[in-house]
Design a protein around this ligand. Structure first.
Ligand code: ATP
Length: 135
């Protein structure tokens, strides 16, 4: 059976580099799925769940912002941060969520950088909590 080569790379490390059967990723225009033979494709990535299936097993990752490229049965995902569901520190994500919520409550309505930062931190924390539940 045809396979895809998936790479998930962050500034810190190559988290995944392996053959997989399918990939579903959180694109900026919505979730998208990739099967072998997919047309070349570029997409932004937003914080969300990235899942893939390999050897009959589903794997789940939390990813933050970045972009992805699909070409010649190769899927490259470059993101600021990514964690396997099993590696997510749930308490840390819950604390990050709490901090972001406090900041948002304080800065409600403000259109400054801090508000946007708090919103994106909130989104990252929510994604990590959701993906950790899949571990
Ligand atoms: P925090 O406020 O807890 O640091 P953050 O959203 O600001 O969260 P990031 O800047 O997205 O964190 O990530 C920094 C590094 O920490 C990355 O390597 C990321 O993979 C890792 N990381 C962040 N949160 C967690 C978590 N809950 N469990 C495991 N690794 C995490």
């Amino acid at each position: 059976m045809a396979v895809l080569h998936l790479e998930v790379v962050t500034p810190e490390k190559v988290l995944v580099s392996r053959e997989v059967d399918t990939v579903v990723a959180p694109g900026t225009e919505g979730e998208f799925g990739i099967l072998p033979g997919h047309i070349p494709f570029l997409s932004g990535i937003q914080p969300g769940e990235l899942r893939y299936e390999a050897e009959g097993k589903k794997e789940f990752l939390a990813v933050t912002e970045g972009f992805s490229e699909v070409s010649e049965d190769r899927v490259s995902v470059l993101v600021d941060a990514a964690e396997r569901a099993t590696d997510i520190d749930l308490e840390r994500a819950q604390s990050a969520l709490e901090r972001a919520r406090e900041r948002l409550a304080r800065e409600r309505g403000a259109e400054d950088v801090d508000f946007v930062r708090a919103e994106t931190a909130l989104r990252r924390a929510l994604v990590r909590i959701k993906v950790a539940e899949k571990a």
